[in-house]
Design a protein around this ligand. Sequence first.
Ligand SMILES: Nc1ncnc2c1ncn2[C@@H]1O[C@H](COP(=O)(O)OP(=O)(O)O)[C@@H](O)[C@H]1O
Ligand SMILES: [Mg+2]
Length: 308
Amino acid sequence: MITVDKLHKRYGDVIAVNDVSFSVSPGEIVGFLGPNGAGKSTTMRMISGFITPTSGTVEVMGHNVQTAPTAAKRCIGYLPEGAPAYAEMTTKRFLHFVAEARGMSPANARSATDAVTEQLNLQSIFTRPIENLSKGFKRRVGLAAALIDDPKVLILDEPTDGLDPNQKHEVRQLISGVATDKIVIISTHILEEVEAVCSRALFISKGRVVADDTPTALVKRSKFHNALRIETDHVDQSLVKALQSLPSVQQVIPEGGALVLLPSDSATIQTEVQKFAAGRGLAWTNIHTMSGKLEDVFRSLTESEEAA
Ligand SMILES: Nc1ncnc2c1ncn2[C@@H]1O[C@H](COP(=O)(O)OP(=O)(O)O)[C@@H](O)[C@H]1O
Ligand SMILES: [Mg+2]
């Protein structure tokens, strides 16, 4: 378990983290989602024991991070933002170094290095200096270092930031693959990443947690939940007006050549819109019910936070 209780971090006048509380159980992959400056990295650094909270407590697998930092850190694999590593070391040397720094004997460090090298497919770059590696490989070396002693808790700060779409996909798959028996916390400002990887999302805005739920439950809070998206070749103002006047349609929003119909009654909107088309001899090129948009939920939650 990780238990975070009333965590605060202040830098001079800046309150980076403001009264954050949550707990995480094994098997959960929690996404910290928020814009730059929201307090994601600061929270992760406090959980990992790299900086001291101004107030509040963190417990990791029963160890208080402030009073028993060594025991707590032993349970945690931490990939800092940007995945820093010693550039001039080879992959092999670096992983071995990290393993020994984690308290392993030279022999255990060697076998642990071999194990993560295989797990993350690093054989081809095993003897190359880290400074010569592509961004994707560098990030994987960082992940390997975080995983070196099979920690129960993985804390990954923006693990896919700056990678191309294929590399992002690869790193997400690696994370999902290693996550089964662990607690994983990853931060990101990419909404689709949370939907792709996480079982739970914490929206963070201005140092506070403004939502804590599954991505599926969060998406249902969207005004686009159960909206109908229709495509037709005949979009014009009169069509928009006519659709708008249907009782089950609350609002019509043009969206890139399509129309999105927000429901006032999600149970009947589909039937009514199909009937409407049939009555006019119109054919929809495409029609589907939307699950919602996480982006829209995030924006409305952070806006109400601003207004508060
Ligand atoms: N060492 C520091 N000194 C002063 N301010 C800091 C420091 N670290 C972070 N901050 C401030 O705290 C806030 C949260 O930063 P951070 O946790 O890095 O956000 P995120 O990771 O969500 O982008 C920002 O306003 C940032 O400028
Ligand atoms: Mg950050």
